[in-house]
Design a protein around this ligand. Structure first.
Ligand code: KG4
Ligand code: ZN
Length: 335
């Protein structure tokens, strides 16, 4: 069975083809990063309009890559939520219209389930059950995953998501949007131990996390250094390193705790912040099998949606009325 996957929840348009026999056979991605950079963040209306422009050519490119035509597609999967309403609608309308025209079934996919299952696209796959650490721009959650579709929330950020904290901290350090990866790159040139930031909720005893206080601690330091005219380039790198250390330390500590609490021996890391090298290194050292998606599959993409769709083929249904779910808990996917 050949599943076309459509992702349009935020600022990336992703299209991919997953073949249940051959695996992932084609994928195309367009990132709107440059378009939004001049505004310092994602402009939802611009995002929706750009998705509309990209969806047809990206789908054509995908099919051309493997010399297939629309008629070869057996089902169409798309991100129904969570995400930006207008951006989701662009992908949902395209997917439903195409499925209607081709008389093929449709499958709604939860964006975070796409992230969570993306390590299963690698050759070295995790085995159920496992703990999933979802770390993206919008979510930071620990989930217990016992099977496809069987997810239980163990804990989550009570305020900012880890990626959001990376991006906001990068912004206040004067780095361009989206600053998470840029902050991480500068951290590599930081001086170890020059600064130390608090580890919010590290010892809260549960699996919840908090990152907004950390961002405020950086802001206070930056303001003080600016007043003293000491915010030079090396100092910014040193702050980046101290910030990254704090996030990585808390996530690693809680990941160990999640494994202990569940008794599971495998940890899957997914979402954009999963691309962070310091986090990868730190989590690789814990006493468990740790799986990361390939770097290209960490951030938003169509492959994870095509794959999640293929895992839910039994839920494929004919096109009818459709809606998007800008807010949607991963534990409610059966609703
Ligand atoms: O999963 P994703 O592509 O989009 C969401 O669904 O949110 O994640 C994007 C987030 C952004 O906050 C971005 O700054 C962060 O992932 N990110 C990173 C790195 N690469 C992307 N954060 C830290 N280090 C990185 N190398
Ligand atoms: Zn995402």
């Amino acid at each position: 069975m050949l599943v076309l996957g459509i992702e349009s929840s935020c600022d990336e348009t992703g299209v991919a083809l997953f073949d249940t026999e051959k695996g992932l056979i084609a994928q195309q991605l367009h990132t709107q990063m440059a378009m939004h950079a001049q505004y310092g963040g994602v402009v939802p209306e611009l995002a929706s309009r750009d998705h509309i422009r990209r969806l047809v050519p990206l789908t054509q490119n995908c099919l051309q890559e493997v010399n297939l035509s629309l008629n070869h597609i057996d089902a169409i999967a798309y991100t129904q939520g969570p995400g930006l309403g207008g951006a989701l609608l662009a992908g949902a309308s395209f997917a439903n219209a195409l499925a209607f025209a081709l008389d093929k079934p449709i499958i709604e996919v939860h964006h975070l389930e796409g992230h969570l299952l993306s390590p299963l696209l690698s050759k070295n796959k995790p085995q159920f059950p496992f703990v999933a650490l979802l770390v993206s721009g919008g979510h930071t959650q620990f989930m217990s995953v016992t099977d496809i579709g069987e997810y239980e929330l163990l804990g989550q950020s009570v305020d900012d998501a880890a990626g959001e904290a990376f991006d906001k901290t990068a912004k206040l350090l004067g780095l361009d949007y989206p600053g998470g990866a840029k902050l991480a790159a500068l951290a590599q040139e930081g001086t170890p131990n020059r600064f130390e930031f608090p580890r919010p909720m590290k010892h809260s005893g549960d699996l919840n996390l908090s990152f907004s206080g950390l961002k405020t601690a950086v802001l206070t330091l930056v303001n003080q250094l600016k007043e003293e005219q000491q915010l030079d380039t090396q100092t910014i790198k040193d702050i980046c390193l101290a910030f990254e250390n704090a996030v990585v330390d808390v996530l690693t500590h809680k990941a160990k705790q999640a494994l202990k609490q569940t008794g599971f021996t495998e940890l899957v890391v997914a979402g954009g912040v999963g691309a962070n090298q310091a986090l990868r290194q730190s989590l690789s050292k814990i006493n468990a099998k740790v799986y990361f998606p390939e770097l290209a599959l960490c951030t938003d993409n169509g492959a994870m949606i095509a794959f999640a769709g293929a895992m839910h083929l039994k839920h494929a249904h004919p096109v009818g009325q459709f809606s998007v779910k800008p807010r949607w808990a991963l534990t409610n996917t059966k609703e």
